[in-house]
Ligand binder design. Structure first.
Ligand code: PNS
Length: 167
């Protein structure tokens, strides 16, 4: 009987990550256990003003995920479903914090499904300890000189302060 080779499961966790928070990292760690490989897809969107450049956002995520062998970080532009096809991925992963996230996430998942019926979106519930976290609150606290320890991975705290100081 011919040996069947099992297709490796690939997940894509897309986002802006401006910057990565502990909430994002928690989703990356948990999603990395569900797939053979997980690609963190960082959106290049020149129309959207971000604090961190594309390269900086990718570098911060790489720094925080270098110990997770099946996680890679890549930038993408254009439609997410096209990136999913290009990477031959099986599913999009998104984190859900509160009911308030649900409407936007549902719209996005349905739109992606409409454009590409073969693309699945799976949601992971954000850890309760990170439920109030977002990139926006991290930037706001840092810009006002507050303490971002506990909100973002330790290894990128100094990078974030340096960046907001330079702005
Ligand atoms: O971290 P974010 O900003 O909530 O992530 C949103 C993201 C990047 C997943 C979404 O904006 C996206 O997929 N953009 C790519 C363009 C696209 O495919 N748009 C149609 C679905 S919204």
């Amino acid at each position: 009987m011919p040996m069947e080779t099992k297709k490796k499961r690939i997940g894509i966790y897309p986002g802006s990550f401006d910057p990565l928070t502990n909430g994002h990292l928690d989703i990356i760690i948990r999603a990395s256990r569900l797939f053979d490989s997980l690609i963190v897809g960082v959106l290049r969107n020149d129309a959207k003003k971000t604090l961190f450049s594309m390269e900086e956002r990718v570098a911060l995520i790489r720094k925080c995920t270098e110990d997770i062998p099946n996680v890679s970080v890549e930038m993408f532009e254009g439609l997410l479903v096209d990136f999913v096809h290009e990477k031959k991925a099986d599913a999009i992963v998104r984190g859900l914090r509160a009911v308030s996230d649900y409407e936007y996430e549902l719209q996005m998942a349905m739109l992606n499904k409409h454009m590409s019926p073969d693309v699945e979106t799976i949601f992971l519930m954000t850890d309760i300890n990170n439920s109030y976290l977002s990139s926006s609150v991290v930037k706001d606290v840092a810009m006002h000189g507050g303490n971002i320890r506990g909100l973002v991975p330790e290894t990128v705290i100094d990078d974030i302060y340096r960046k907001v100081k330079a702005k």
